[in-house]
Structures are given as C-alpha cells and as structure tokens.
Design a protein around this ligand. Sequence first.
Ligand SMILES: O=C[C@H](O)COP(=O)(O)O
Length: 253
Amino acid sequence: MRKPIIAGNWKMYKSFDEAVEFAEAVREQVPSEDKVDAVICAPALYLPTLVDVATETDLAIGAQNMHFENEGAFTGEISPSQLASINVDYVILGHSERREYFNETDEAVNKKVRAALINGIVPIICCGETLEERESGQTEEKVSTQVTAALEGFTPEEVKHMVIAYEPIWAIGTGKTATADDANHVCGKIREVVEGLYGQEAAESIRIQYGGSVKPENIDELLSKEHIDGALVGGASLKVDSYLKLLEAAVNA
Ligand SMILES: O=C[C@H](O)COP(=O)(O)O
C-alpha cells in the first residue's frame, strides 16, 4: 500500500510572518509521517526559516521550482544543491503555471528531475491537460507525453520514489474539480505509462497525486480511489484548519 502524500503549494501567497505563523501552528499537529507525508511548498525566500521551524517534526518543506544546474551564471535562479544545502526535502517541477508563464519545457522538467534526484530531493512532477485538450479528447495523450518526457533516462528504482501530480489545468483555482472517477481514470493511465516504461514494481510504488480545487469537502472521495495517492493543493493549503483536515483525511483514507 502506498503512503498518501499531501503537498500544499502556497504559490506566491503569504507574507513571511504569515508563513512562519502557519508552520508553527501546524508542526505539532501534523500526523505521524508513518501515516502520511505532509509537505508545504513555500516561496523560496521562506524556505530556510520554515525548514528550521519544521525540524524534528513530521512536517516536510518543499520548493516550488529550481534550476537544473547546481551552479552557474543564472541570475535570479535557485539551484538543487542550494536547496539540498538547507535540507529542503521536495520540489514541485513542471507545474502548469511554470510551463505557461515561464516557458518551462518537458526537456527542462526532465533535467530538473535528474538534478533533484542527484541532490536527494523528491520531485513532485506535474502534468495535466487544458480545457481545450480535454474537450477534444487529448487528455491521455497529453499527460502520457508529459510523463514520458519527464521520466526519460531513469532506473526503475529511481522512479519508485518519485511523485507525479495530475492537475487538469482547467481545475486549478477555479473551484471546478475533476470527478473522482475521472481523476482516478487519468491517474490510472499515468500508472500504465510508468509500467510501460519501468515495469510493474515502479508503477505500483510511484505515488500519484490529484490536484485542482482539492478541499476538505472533496478529498475523501478522491482519496478513496485506487490510483489517487494524495493531493497537490493550492488554495486549501493556505489555511491551518483546512490543511490539517486534508492531512486527517489522508490518514483515514
Ligand atoms: O499546485 C496546486 C494546484 O495548482 C492546485 O491549486 P488549487 O488547489 O488552488 O486549485
């Protein structure tokens, strides 16, 4: 059985004080990491402090992006080894907002996944279709292409420890959620893609999250589905109460 993983993606929200206040409020209430991986992916500026606040608790801290090189003349960028040097555990890669607004390509995502592994950071690899793609029946082809590209060149052992987040773009921040059956169907297809590339053990081990307007009211149904191992959550991860409710749902799933 795969351990659920709930990752909050704060995007470009919260002041520094609000971020610290949140982490201090949840750190003692987060369920044991034996039951659920609880992650907060915060703005880069806050990461060292949040890692410090979360030390020796079951709360893990992640970044929302990184460069694929460990160092170099890349003004404004943050490297995987820099994240590792402050003990960041996770990184979101290939989020649709990065693909859309910052021209992140499948090739760059693949390089970043490699760089994350080299530096001991767990990648949360995002994929998902636009509304237009969904309506024209291209959902499976789109996520399959994205996942295949992101996972190119690894070993089955490496793939087992990765996380994939399926986020239909039309469901992000819109209040529209894919039905649990639809989300499960696509997550199942992603698992088939992983199996085709890396075999059954990797496919059964890799964790696949759903993301897109997940909230305490809909998480139980999503997590009851065979192929959904957790959630990547934007809006509902910003409030202490709703974040803790999502974790509780994962423990009880
Ligand atoms: O990374 C998180 C997703 O973009 C989902 O955001 P949302 O929960 O606000 O729809």
